[in-house]
Write a protein that binds this ligand. Sequence first.
Ligand code: C5P
Ligand code: MG
Length: 156
Amino acid sequence: MRIGYGEDTHQLIEGRPLRLGGVAIPSERGPLAHSDGDALLHALTDALLAAIGEGDIGALFPDDDPENKNRPSRDFLRAARERAEAAGYRVIQVSAAVILDRPKLGPYRDSIRASIAELLGISPDRVGLTFKTSEGLALEHIQVRAVALLLPLDQL
Ligand code: C5P
Ligand code: MG
């Protein structure tokens, strides 16, 4: 059994689209980022890579490589899943906490869980997703923390 932890933070600025877990969220502000800035997919990608001891998202997709500019973050998580499967592991469960003051994310929880579940090839009930405000301490940022549990393919 393997576990991995990952996190991501992005500054939020006006006029940028907000994507979380591959889902577009109506918002006045979105992340300043080289890619699409999907902090949830970035944190999950790092959690998977950490679980198999393979570095992190920036090692796989350097942010100074023009090929990665505005790249959909789904590609990152898919690549991490492929790495995990190549190493002999299957993702069993993930859990993430998103810290964001606005907008409220509750209405999008199920669609985000479904999107992540599809990317990871697991059922949505194996995607835990919680939301917290920063109580006004980080109004200009989004932060995500995520964990992943993987099992060796021969133990499934
Ligand atoms: O941060 P706080 O404990 O005040 O958040 C209260 C609840 O608001 C959370 O448990 C969550 O259900 C919801 N929430 C949300 N979207 C956010 C932040 C919090 O739906 N961006
Ligand atoms: Mg990021």
